[in-house]
Design a protein around this ligand. Structure first.
Ligand code: VG1
Ligand code: CO
Length: 539
């Protein structure tokens, strides 16, 4: 039965770096989710001609959100919904289906790498027909509508069984429930040389992949174990669970403790990897060895020719502003067009659509290519495995070889979490005002070359975005400051540090960056303003 339900607006439905992300309990408030979805629908014309892809990472509230979404889509006369079986779709799989079947948009219910559960986070990622998350111009419109919305449409009916693959119609809306994994696997087979990878495992190569009980388990088991022949048990925590089995699905040195324990023993597997909750982030490990995401992007770029999909060349590469400059050196050496964009994958989309870039990445454990319009965790793992299969080198040897050739960017990110929003905003404001006075100043051995906000002018849609503040030193070292746009409460200040060395290749990053950290704390007056003597999380 079709209903029009009266509602009162919420004031906090502004999307951040990765969609709308909130505490689960905030999302569960009556009408909160519905208001937001209706606000999105209200920005789309001719819904009766539109097809959307729908899925999520399986976290708590995913099922309820999808059932609500379906009922609202029917009530809004949406032409068709393509839904992942059991409501599951990774972010990269969703982007693929969106593009492959030429649909008009996609909804992934996930708070990405944030913990799930009733006391965790829930989120909505909304992509449009580009396959990537919407630009700010559209999210601003949705936000404006969400602040004034007075009603939403709802179709009252029983919940739909999402466990069976089938196609049916309710009112004017066609609903198709599809295999969540199949199309994604086919795409990977078209990019990589699966025969070479099968041979690698046939030769006894061993790996562990941690899916954190989030969405990538079924994808990873199918690809690594069933198709490529990795030993059973190579994928751990493979079962998507509403609370991720209590795990924090963030693939980094802080949260991937189980995998790190496995990899940091003398008899560890040859290769380790993890993805985040919705499968767009990746961490790459060798035996007792960690590859920084910025290095990973540079290394993948350097080896692109060995991958069937890229063997005839790539258009160019891009990185987000805080990501280290390692990939810039490779781009120069290979004579590739190179771009630097603000943090957030959506900024790569225009560059891919206009054939300016093929590969791109972020320091936050995200790498990907123009095969879709999101970062792609399993893709990155397959790329690394391909390099290993081709060169016969270990993860550590490949990385050290890269440093020998190009020098090494020591890199770490320091997160100061749980700050009061006003304190964090004021810190950034005051710091920005101070930047022009920093040029030429000396801190220890570091002389400031330039200090300025990062401003990006999109060469395609001509929009301009300001995000983050950069202090660059004469030796090439950099400090980047920015506020997180993915938190669900309070503010997080991120301080990204980079120091380049051509010949010191074997130092501990923390030691190499200690002076720079002290300078970064001093310049931004972090301790005085926040009371914090050190960062909460270092990655
Ligand atoms: C963080 C990362 C950023 C990434 C974003 C979404 O944003 O720093 O690089 O694109 O998360 O990642 P922020 O604003 O908190 O720094 V994810 O895996 O959605 O989906
Ligand atoms: Co993610």
């Amino acid at each position: 039965m079709l209903q029009t339900i009266q509602t009162t607006p919420f004031s906090d439905q502004k999307m951040g770096t990765g969609g709308l992300r909130k505490k689960t309990k905030v999302m569960m408030q009556p009408h909160y989710f519905e208001n937001f979805i209706q606000s999105i629908f209200n920005t789309i014309e001719n819904l009766n001609k539109k097809t959307f892809v729908v899925g999520g990472d399986g976290r708590f509230y995913n099922e309820i959100a999808i059932q609500k979404f379906i009922k609202m889509a029917i009530a809004n006369n949406v032409s068709k919904l393509i839904i992942g079986q059991n409501g599951l779709l990774s972010t990269p799989a969703s982007s693929n289906i969106l593009l492959k079947y030429k649909t008009d948009g996609g909804f992934v219910f996930s708070a990405s790498h944030n913990p799930g559960g009733i006391n965790g986070d829930f989120g909505v990622k909304y992509a449009n027909e580009t396959g990537g998350q919407i630009p700010t111009s559209i999210s601003d419109k949705i936000y404006a509508i969400s602040k004034t919305i007075t009603e939403f449409k709802f179709y009252e009916m029983e919940d739909i069984d999402l466990s069976q693959l089938r196609k049916f119609k309710i009112e004017n809306t066609e609903i198709e429930i599809i295999d969540s994994v199949k199309d994604y696997v086919e795409m990977m087979q078209n990019i990589f040389d699966f025969e070479a990878l099968k041979n690698l495992f046939a030769r006894g190569f061993t790996m562990k992949f941690d899916a954190f009980n989030a969405v990538t388990g079924p994808y990873a088991q199918k690809i690594f174990e069933d198709i490529l022949g990795a030993a059973k048990g190579s994928v751990i925590n493979y079962n998507p669970l509403p609370d991720f089995g209590g795990k924090h699905p963030d693939p980094n040195l802080t949260y991937a403790t189980e995998l790190l324990e496995i990899m940091n023993t003398p008899n560890s597997p040859d290769f380790g990897a993890a993805n985040d909750g919705d499968g767009d982030r990746n961490m790459i490990l060798g035996r007792n060895f960690f590859v920084s995401p910025s290095d990973s992007l540079a290394i993948l770029t350097d080896y692109h020719k060995i991958i069937p999909a890229y063997k005839n060349g790539i258009y160019g590469v891009a990185k987000s502003c805080p990501t280290s400059t390692a990939v810039e050196r490779v781009a120069k050496a290979l004579n590739l067009p190179y771009y630097e964009v603000p943090t957030g994958w959506k900024y790569f989309v225009n560059l891919m659509d206009s054939n300016r870039i093929t590969l791109c990445g972020e320091e936050s454990f995200g790498t990907g290519s123009s095969h879709i319009r999101e970062k792609d965790g399993i893709w990155a793992v397959l790329f690394w495995l391909s390099i290993i299969a081709k060169t016969g080198m270990s993860v550590e040897e490949i990385t050290r070889d890269h440093w020998k050739k190009y020098g090494r960017s020591y890199y770490l990110r320091f997160d100061f979490e749980g700050l009061e929003t006003e304190v964090a905003d004021k810190l950034m404001q005051d710091l920005e005002a101070k930047l022009p006075k920093l040029a030429g100043l000396k801190f220890d051995d570091f002389k400031v070359e330039t200090a300025h906000p990062f401003v990006y002018n999109d060469p395609v849609d001509k929009s301009s975005t300001k995000n983050g503040l950069i202090v660059k030193f004469e030796d090439g070292s950099r400090i980047v400051y920015r506020l997180s746009g993915t938190g669900s409460s309070g503010a997080t200040l991120r301080v990204y540090l980079e120091k380049y060395s051509k010949n010191r290749l074997n130092e501990a990053p923390r030691q190499m960056l200690d002076n720079l950290l002290a300078i970064a704390m001093e310049i931004a007056e972090i301790t005085q303003r926040t009371g914090k003597k050190e960062a909460d999380i270092v990655t």
